[in-house]
Design a protein around this ligand. Structure first.
Ligand SMILES: Nc1ncnc2c1ncn2[C@@H]1O[C@H](COP(=O)(O)OP(=O)(O)O)[C@@H](O)[C@H]1O
Ligand SMILES: [Mg+2]
Length: 456
């Protein structure tokens, strides 16, 4: 196959041996610079086209060729837009040269002008970008998102150490390398060095809508925390499969404060807090460095089934783990999600008190049951939890309350709240009983989960 280098060509693929493009008639270049055979187009950005090519001087090793398309899109030489695009492209080459030593950033092989275009040749990374992976494999779960953060934060630390801000972190610009599954950061086209002046010509939007933070979009200012924002938004996209640009267009930056609403899977409260701090609208309230995010990430409680095999000698264990402490945390550590447990106890006991009050005053009517469900749902829904957790809480409260109401039907028909001290004591006992029942239900759920993950 030979690929047409006319950036406007709608169907650039041509069979070998063709001299003129079958689609647009442009003369085909069999070997760019007598060295690179362009095979296929990988991407069409604002001012650049990206191709996969073979380097015949390196035994046909694959490489990526990026072509800067200026005149058609940005007018003739000398215009501001033309200069800006050339500058960004040259910047990408420089950054790749400086950073290309890092194993998770592609190497720069060449940078040259040929005909009316500028070209940049870089190492080909075999694998899929994370947008393709998301489409194929679906949303990232907590284990995968933590791994993603660990891996990419170490690259960001290296980038920021060189005083470079990437400014376009998003799933499409991160490739999972096939041979070692490591993440590789690409597309340094709009990256810039911290010490450079930060004036952005008006009208030149640098970064991607929805992923770029407010200071970058509105003032053209960037800090390491600007990349951290885009990283957080990338996490959001990967855990929800919702393109942030659509939310940004509808609600501007305000959508980020209620991002949890869009979650359709459970992620731990601790990880939610980290994502919260990544995507703060005010850059001063975000994490200030990739290192700081990594530190918090390392403090997260381990997830089930992800414990690394650690061998500790029994003597060390005896010296460092006082028995009393082990016992105190032992029961709680049975529950992998203590936030869910506490939420369930509060929802269960609170709603049982509400149920008794409603039965006392309205009797066991459809109206009192409906009212009870409405108030319970309202109270759970206003909490800042994921949708999955909210649903769990409502289900657990319904089961626990149903069990008690059905078992003590006769007692509940009397107006307990108006039956003096004995009635009130009974109410307290029933509420405590519901509390116990919620603990048992959450515990049973844990056991079922453990059995499922053990045998399936
Ligand atoms: N070094 C590379 N190795 C493999 N694929 C790449 C490489 N660079 C880019 N790509 C692919 O081409 C697409 C477009 O490249 P990118 O550098 O992001 O340009 P654009 O400016 O069009 O966004 C990427 O999303 C990725 O899938
Ligand atoms: Mg890109």
């Amino acid at each position: 196959m030979i690929c047409c280098l006319n950036p406007n060509c709608e169907n650039p693929q041509n069979p070998d041996g063709t001299n003129f493009c079958l689609s647009c008639g442009t003369k085909l270049i069999p070997l760019l610079r007598n060295r690179y055979r362009i095979i296929a187009q990988l991407g069409r950005g604002g001012f650049a086209r990206t191709y996969v090519a073979e380097d015949i001087d390196k035994l046909n090793e694959q490489c990526v060729v990026k072509q800067l398309v200026l005149s058609q899109f940005y007018g003739s030489q000398g215009t501001d837009a033309h200069k800006k695009a050339t500058e960004l492209f040259e910047r990408e080459a420089k950054r790749l040269k400086e950073l290309g030593e890092h194993v998770q950033i592609p190497n720069l092989y060449a940078y040259f002008k040929e005909g009316e275009y500028l070209y940049l040749v870089q190492q080909f990374i075999q694998g899929q970008n994370l947008l393709q992976e998301l489409k194929e494999q679906g949303v990232f779960d907590e284990v995968k998102i933590r791994d993603f953060l660990h891996d990419l934060l170490s690259v960001l630390i290296a980038v920021h150490e060189q005083e470079i801000i990437h400014r376009d972190i998003k799933p499409e610009n991160i490739i999972r390398r096939q041979n070692d599954q490591k993440l590789v950061l690409i597309d340094f086209g709009v990256s810039k060095q911290k010490r450079e002046t930060t004036n952005t010509a008006l009208g030149t939007i640098i970064g991607s809508l929805g992923y770029a933070p407010i200071e970058q979009m509105q003032l053209g200012k960037v800090f390491p925390s600007s990349d951290i924002y885009s990283l957080g938004i990338t996490c959001f996209h990967l855990v929800t499969n919702i393109a942030p640009s659509s939310l940004w267009m509808k609600q501007g930056y305000s959508w980020t404060s209620s991002w949890r609403q869009h979650l359709k899977q459970h992620i731990s409260h601790e990880l939610e807090l980290i994502i919260d701090k990544l995507i703060q609208e005010n850059h001063e309230q975000r994490y200030q460095s990739a290192q700081a995010v990594l530190q918090d990430l390392n403090k997260l409680p381990r997830l089930r089934n992800t414990l690394p095999p650690t061998v500790i000698s029994p003597s060390v264990l005896l010296e460092t783990q006082p028995q009393v402490q082990q016992k105190a945390t032992g029961y709680l550590s049975f529950f992998s999600n203590t936030q869910l447990l506490s939420g369930a106890i509060v929802a269960g006991t609170g709603s049982s008190f509400l149920a008794i009050a409603l039965i006392s005053f309205l009797g066991t009517t459809w109206i009192s049951s409906g009212l009870w469900l409405l108030i319970l749902a309202g109270l759970v829904l206003i909490q800042s939890r994921s949708l999955v957790e909210k649903t769990y809480l409502i289900i657990i409260a319904i089961i626990a309350n149903l069990l008690v109401v059905l078992s003590f039907k006769n007692l509940l028909t009397q107006n307990l709240l108006k039956s003096g001290i004995n009635g009130l004591l009974l109410v307290v006992l029933l509420v405590i009983l519901v509390g116990f029942l919620t603990v048992i239900i959450v515990g049973m759920w844990e056991i079922i989960n453990k059995l499922i993950s053990k045998y399936f």
